[in-house]
Design a protein around this ligand. Structure first.
Ligand SMILES: Cc1ncc(COP(=O)(O)O)c(C=O)c1O
Length: 390
């Protein structure tokens, strides 16, 4: 019998929808309002940061974070990003006029390797946009120290790693800002949604305005407001646009779902951790990569990576998953090496993708398979057994 295993299942539950229906029946305001504010507050408490800004996607979180860096720290410079992750990390660097510089990954964490990052630092390096890939912590003490010593900004993309920790503290606490996604397939969902988090008061005010057309009235800093209003007495205080910006707001529906989902996140993550340990335990380590850095990890995905570049085994693995209706993504969640994608190929040197061998291996021999709380032990064990027999 087929395993029937989608990438995500039951992430938004009937219980969540019941809560939403009760809310909707009260004839509420549906645009960004009280529930968005409360969700931001509760999320900040859960993560341990001062400020959070709820937006309509993880990609928008990336976009306004880089736009805020441009606004506060000035235009131009290099941003070190991984070729393994998601298009919006690299797109947001390009869209804001920065130059992306790439670093290969560490196979044990799938995040950029510290030596590789450090080797790419130049006097032009403005920031490192580090992705905590698929639940693994990607930070090291040495990397944080080097960035601090050299005054390089750190942005953590935690879109795939809600609840992962470094040194006992949640990822998303270590940089100038961090980004999360609440798309359906992630650790928790608001249907579509994202969050930018920061302890920096100035950046927070800029982020709030960038989310909403650059409008001054979105700022919660009375000094900023007074200054603009007195300098622009010809303008209505309701319509002062401080910078060219976006509308990437979420809605009260997202806020209500976020609040109900957040209550269950830690318990769900415990189940995911147990599932992932069971999966790795069941795999034949001669055939599949199992030597991940698990400390602090919290994976919403099973990473199935062939140990060797064996195309015959790869074909058998794919055939078995298709027959079993196990949904998978080759190249991990972002489709593998971004440097092979048309949008980047036209701006980087010819054949640049070859310089990132660890990403190349994931591109051709790595898979992402769903890991959700309801997954049964029987399914996981049967899957591992079938993989080992190939
Ligand atoms: C690392 C990373 N960053 C950003 C995003 C974008 O998030 P969203 O799909 O919510 O736009 C994703 C999406 O999965 C992602 O994996």
């Amino acid at each position: 019998m087929a395993l029937n295993w989608p990438l995500m299942e039951n992430n938004i539950t009937a219980e969540d929808l019941d809560d939403l229906i009760v809310f909707l029946k009260g004839n509420p305001i549906l645009t960004q309002s009280e529930n968005v504010r409360e969700f931001e507050k509760e999320w900040s408490e859960w993560l341990g940061v001062k400020h959070s800004v709820f937006v309509n996607s993880g990609a928008s979180a990336n976009l306004i974070t880089l736009a805020a860096i441009r606004e506060v720290y000035g235009e131009g410079g290099e941003v070190i990003v991984p070729p393994l992750g998601w298009i919006s990390d690299i797109a947001s660097v390009l869209q804001n006029g920065f130059t992306p510089v790439f670093a290969d990954i560490n196979p044990r964490t799938l995040a950029m390797d510290e030596d590789s990052i450090i080797s790419k630092i130049t006097p032009e390096t403005k920031a490192v946009l580090l992705i905590h890939v698929q639940g693994f912590n990607g930070l090291t003490e040495r990397l944080l120290k080097v960035l601090e010593d050299r005054d390089i900004l750190l942005v953590e993309d935690v879109c795939e790693s809600h609840g992962a920790e470094f040194k006992g503290k949640k990822c998303g606490n270590f940089g100038l800002a961090s980004n999360f996604s609440f798309y359906f397939a992630h650790h928790m969902s608001t249907i579509e949604g994202g969050m930018v988090c920061t302890d920096d008061d100035r950046l927070y005010q800029v982020l709030r305005m960038l989310r909403s057309h650059g409008m001054l009235r979105e700022s919660t800093d009375e000094n900023v407001k007074e200054r603009y209003i007195s300098e622009h007495s010809d303008l209505s205080p309701h319509f002062i646009f401080t910078m060219p910006a976006y509308n990437v707001r979420n809605t009260e529906i997202g806020g209500v779902l976020g609040r109900t989902q957040l209550k269950k996140l830690d318990a769900n993550n415990d189940k995911r951790k147990r599932n992932f340990a069971m999966f790795l335990d069941g795999l034949d380590s001669e055939k599949y990569y199992t030597d991940f850095e698990l400390e602090g990890s919290c994976n919403y995905a099973f990473n199935l990576i062939l140990k060797n570049p064996d195309t015959d085994l790869r074909d058998r693995v794919e055939k078995m998953m298709i027959e079993n209706k196990v949904e998978f993504r080759r190249g991990s969640s972002g489709g593998g090496n971004q440097l092979r994608q048309p949008y980047l190929k036209k701006i980087v040197p010819h054949g640049e993708y070859k310089n990132y061998p660890n990403v190349e291996h994931i591109h051709f021999f790595g898979y992402y398979i769903g890991n959700y709380p309801d997954l049964s032990e029987t399914k996981i064990k049967s899957f591992c057994q079938q993989l080992n027999e190939l």
